[in-house]
Design a protein around this ligand. Structure first.
Ligand code: FAD
Length: 137
């Protein structure tokens, strides 16, 4: 199995219903392909972690890259894993612009971070801390 983490940018402003539509389709498709993960959205940028068999994950990533609703997908991590970190979610989701998220204990250190390639170019520790914060809450 592998995990793959990428960031991308929405091509337009997304409302909650449009985000939930992506999520609904993702959950339906991912559970059939035994893919798990988490999708984060903040200020027009996406960060998504996908976990599963390499062939399935890469096939899905190709489909996602072709989706006209976002652009500039860049992989920031692709590595072999022996155990899923997001096994409970066919696709977890958090909109980091939500007030409820902003008041989550531990989130304040991420308040000014963006979900971009530049943000994580120095290392992925903060990326994993962010993902784990939502996995554990
Ligand atoms: P449908 O949902 O019926 O889509 C058919 C085609 O229409 C696809 O090419 C799709 O890209 C396009 N399309 C659908 N709705 C719209 C719209 N509102 N505007 C423009 N084009 C549209 N899919 C997953 O299965 N798993 C994921 O984890 C996943 N994560 C995603 C993360 C992001 C940031 C984005 C933007 C999309 C994600 N998707 C994910 C959706 C993915 O890109 C495909 O749309 C989806 O997998 C296609 O599902 P489907 O074959 O059931 O076809």
């Amino acid at each position: 199995m592998i995990n793959l983490i990428y960031v991308s940018s929405a091509v337009k402003t997304f409302n909650e219903a449009e985000l939930l539509e992506i999520l609904k389709v993702s959950r339906e498709n991912n559970s059939k392909q035994h893919i798990t993960g988490m999708l984060l959205f903040k200020d027009g940028n996406f960060l998504q972690v996908l976990e599963g068999e390499e062939a399935e994950v890469m096939k899905l990533y190709e489909v996602i890259c072709l989706d006209p609703r976002h652009r500039g997908a860049n992989i920031i991590e692709k590595s072999k894993i022996v155990k899923r970190q997001f096994g409970d979610w066919s696709m977890g989701f958090r909109n980091l612009n939500d007030d409820a998220v902003k008041s989550l204990p531990g989130f304040s250190q991420f308040m000014n971070k963006s979900l971009t390639l530049e943000e994580f170019s120095g290392g992925l520790n903060s990326c994993y801390e962010l993902l784990n914060l939502f996995r554990d809450n």
